[in-house]
Design a protein around this ligand. Structure first.
Ligand code: UDP
Length: 237
């Protein structure tokens, strides 16, 4: 049997990725498809930690009138709903999981404890990180970079909805937009490419964490990337 290219990864699933066609809330069919492919890489003994977004419920920065900090806490709560939905879908197909939240809510999930998270991974459990970093003014992309550095993940698989990599302009608007196979972190910052926010990009750059941006409409891409196929856009030094 072929061996996976990676041993420990962070998979970032945006809220949109879990929302399906509606773009809001949760699409159980879509989530169960994603869960099936997470199971496949779990069975290959790849240690998978997932950071879930919350944009399918709430994005702090889009509130106009509300206090930003309050709005961001609402966004973080949205990620917890997503984490529980994903946990449910994974457990239905017999994948052992643990949800860890960056804001304590002990009746629902474990609090985030790095050493515990690593231990779960070593035991073959899928760890789902919820409530972002626990801090307002951050994003779940930044959380992915932070957790990847903390747990020593080899790569961040950044799942995107509606696009299969990083383009030089918006492919939905410009049909001549061209896709990058490879990119340097600094190019994202210099060109202002809308891949991830600058805080997340800088954290990856400073800690040399490679990122693979790919389309989640085909969830088997997760398995393909793990097996070493060149899919999407790879971002590194
Ligand atoms: N958020 C936050 N701190 C964090 C992570 C997230 O305040 O460390 C809030 C923020 O308001 C953000 C929302 O949670 O807009 C949802 O996260 P994000 O926008 O990253 O989700 P995605 O776009 O990936 O679905």
């Amino acid at each position: 049997m072929e061996t996976p290219k990676y041993k420990r990864v962070i998979l970032k699933l945006s809220g949109e990725a879990l929302a399906g066609e509606r773009g809001f809330g949760l699409d159980e069919k879509v989530i169960s498809q994603i869960a099936k492919h997470i199971k496949k890489i779990n069975e290959l003994n790849v240690e998978v930690a997932i950071v879930v977004g919350g944009g399918n419920f709430w994005r702090g920065r889009s509130a106009e009138e509300m206090d930003r900090t309050t709005s961001d806490y609402m966004g973080m709560l949205g990620t917890v709903i997503n984490a529980l939905a994903l946990q449910d879908a994974l457990e239905k197909i017999d994948v052992m999981t643990r949800v860890q939240t960056a804001i304590e809510m002990r009746q629902i999930a474990e609090p985030y404890i790095r050493r515990k998270a690593v231990r779960h991974l070593e035991k073959g459990r899928v760890v789902i990180f919820a409530a972002g970093s626990g801090n307002p003014y951050f994003s779940t992309d930044t959380t992915s970079a932070l957790r990847a550095a903390e747990i020593d993940a080899e790569v961040i698989l950044l799942a995107k909805k509606g696009v299969d990599g990083v383009y030089d302009s918006d492919p939905k608007i410009n049909k001549n937009a061209s896709k990058f196979d490879k990119l340097k972190y600094i190019d994202i910052l210099k060109k202002g490419l809308k891949v991830m926010d600058s805080t997340a990009t800088s954290l990856c750059m400073d800690n040399k964490i490679p990122i693979i941006v790919f389309g989640i409409e085909e969830p088997e891409n997760i398995v393909k990337i793990i097996m070493g196929e060149d899919i999407g856009t790879k971002i590194r030094e």
